[in-house]
Design a protein around this ligand. Structure first.
Ligand SMILES: *Cc1c(COP(=O)(O)O)cnc(C)c1O
Length: 354
């Protein structure tokens, strides 16, 4: 499909100080849109000036929440060239999310073309400082104007872009994590494996309580017995046992992270062993106390790796790796970030030039 382009006549002023970008505060001059109608499929892919949507208050997404999103990034290499990291994986995952939410499969070919074209138009918005990037947010929402719980027949897919700062201004910093034993994020048979907006709405309360207790994220346990580790905040969770990297097996309630998959692949290539299995929080606590479990970290697109320095579960507090960054976490971080910014060879052909 041909993507039409309407350029903005009023370009915004870009934030001057890249060290103050933060996350999700600024948006670029243009966005990509594409519509869907039952019987017609996806149509009218277009790049237009960034701006408000006009929506009927009875639009179905506002009531029943058929809304899914993705998150990926564009990185500036040292030679000034721009590259994406496995964006086709995000679009494929959006189609899997869509199936669960009774939404149409994405036209992944046109969406990827639109994503690349949009980034190309906004190339000057990709920040330069070490660790910064252009965050890419593809989203799909239901648009039928109708009250009644059933699938919408019309949808809007859009992509917006936001320049974001370095997650770590002073190097990798271990965080304190609160093991949530009241609220749950997802259950098998539910929507845990999708990036649907409702999952995040349901997670905010626990995150808020944890923050008030002085922790930066929640570690989610399984939704049935609340015994097994699932995820941490909106990241996948990994534990290091000497030279083995252990992570919860994908079970339907865990989001299959692209960072998770990339780290497992890189870990094997670097000579570590990897295991995906059911992980009881009680065993993890025991293994940290006896020194068998040596490091722990969350992983996702936003931060790449977020080392865990402290865990609190039912008022028992444990320090991991003396509250420091462990060598395995650091090695995996340096390797993945090196590939994303083009400093290290990309043997897996994960990066895509814009
Ligand atoms: C997005 C997300 C992740 C990480 O996925 P990446 O593809 O690595 O960014 C992990 N868990 C949840 C709940 C998420 O929403």
């Amino acid at each position: 499909m041909d993507i039409s382009v309407t350029l903005s006549q009023h370009l915004k002023e870009k934030p001057q100080d890249e060290s103050q970008l933060g996350f999700g505060h600024y948006f670029t001059d243009h966005m990509f849109l594409m519509n869907y109608e039952e019987g017609k499929g996806w149509f009218n892919p277009r790049i237009v000036p960034y701006g408000n949507f006009e929506m009927d208050p009875a639009s179905m997404v506002l009531h029943y929440g058929q809304a899914i999103f993705e998150g990926t990034k564009c990185y500036r290499r040292a030679d000034g060239e721009l590259q994406l990291f496995r964006p086709e994986q995000n679009l494929a995952r959006m189609t899997r999310s869509a199936q669960r939410m009774c939404m149409p499969a994405l036209d992944e070919v046109t969406a990827l073309e639109g994503l690349k074209k949009l980034v190309e138009i906004e190339k000057d918005w990709v920040p330069h400082q070490d660790g910064t990037s252009l965050y890419i947010r593809p989203t799909m929402i239901s648009m039928d104007v109708h009250l009644g719980v059933h699938a919408s027949r019309t949808y809007l897919f859009f992509i917006i872009l936001s320049p974001v700062g370095s997650y770590y201004k002073d190097g990798l910093k271990p965080v304190g994590i609160y093991v949530e034993d009241e609220y749950v994020r997802a259950v098998r048979g539910g929507t845990g494996f999708t990036k649907c907006a409702g999952n995040y709405a349901a997670s905010i309360l626990a995150g808020d309580i944890a923050e008030k207790k002085g922790y930066s994220q929640v570690l989610w346990l399984d939704g049935v017995e609340q015994k097994y580790v699932e995820e941490v905040g909106s990241m996948n969770m990994m534990f290091v046992y000497g030279d083995t990297i252990v992570t919860p097996a994908l079970n339907g309630s865990i989001l299959p992270g692209i960072t998770r998959n990339s780290i497992l692949t890189l870990a094997s290539q670097l000579g570590y062993k990897t295991e995906e299995k059911k992980l009881a929080i009680a065993d993890i606590f025991e293994d940290i106390k006896t020194g068998k479990c040596t490091e722990a970290f969350g992983c996702g697109t936003a931060c790449v790796i977020s080392p865990v320095g402290e865990l609190c579960w039912k008022d028992e507090k444990l320090t991991i790796c003396n509250g420091q960054i462990g060598p395995v976490s650091q090695k995996l971080y340096d390797t993945l970030v090196g590939i994303q910014y083009g400093r290290l060879e990309d043997k897996n052909q994960w990066t895509m030039r814009v």
